[in-house]
Design a protein. Structure first.
Length: 192
């Protein structure tokens, strides 16, 4: 029994460490030009190489780069109403991919880790809803903020807010897909 408990703790630590490395590696690729401390350099090496842990030979990168959602939803200069509709569909498509990845990850993670992941997903949804409400109240014509500042507003603001929301969903979906790819070495998009 103690061996199971010891492995379980080690396994959770390993998975937690891997998740941290994945999240650090997916979002950015930073370089330190003049490192001040040796510790900073070592941390940076981990961040720089986290992508290679998740992305062997660039496979995951290629999957994401050639994903069907981005292929169908090119951002071009179209009318305001069309931009709103397009951003809403783009957001929905990525939300479906988030839910798909969560379903797949439930198979690979133990119940405690999955509950923590799902709880973070619920928190992300709350964040998205809260930010969307705040951004709407700030940028709408006639808002109390618009009258007293130089904020840009008007008919083009709502589509921009919608596009930002859609891109945030894309980023979160890719983070979850990276976790899924770590276990399965494959990603199947719901969107066709």
């Amino acid at each position: 029994m103690s061996g199971h408990i010891k492995w379980n703790r080690v396994g959770r630590f390993g998975i937690s460490s891997m998740l941290l490395l994945i999240i650090m590696g997916c979002g950015h690729n930073m370089r330190i030009e003049n490192p001040v401390e040796q510790n900073t350099v070592e941390i940076q090496k981990v961040e720089d190489h986290a992508g290679t842990i998740v992305l062997p030979e660039g496979q995951f990168y290629e999957i994401i780069k050639n994903n069907p959602i981005d292929q169908d939803y090119k951002w071009e200069d179209i009318g305001v109403e069309d931009r709103i509709v397009k951003a809403g569909k783009y957001y929905q498509a990525w939300c479906e991919e988030i839910e798909n990845s969560l379903n797949h990850l439930q198979v690979y993670l133990d119940s405690e880790d999955y509950e923590q992941l799902y709880s973070s997903y619920v928190g992300w949804q709350q964040y998205m809803n809260g930010m969307f409400s705040v951004e709407q109240s700030i940028y709408y014509v006639g808002s109390k903020y618009m009258a007293s500042s130089d904020l840009a507003g008007g008919s083009s603001t709502y589509p921009v807010v919608m596009e930002v929301k859609a891109r945030r969903a894309r980023e979160y979906a890719i983070q979850l897909m990276a976790l899924e790819y770590t276990f399965s070495q494959d990603i199947q998009f719901v969107y066709k």
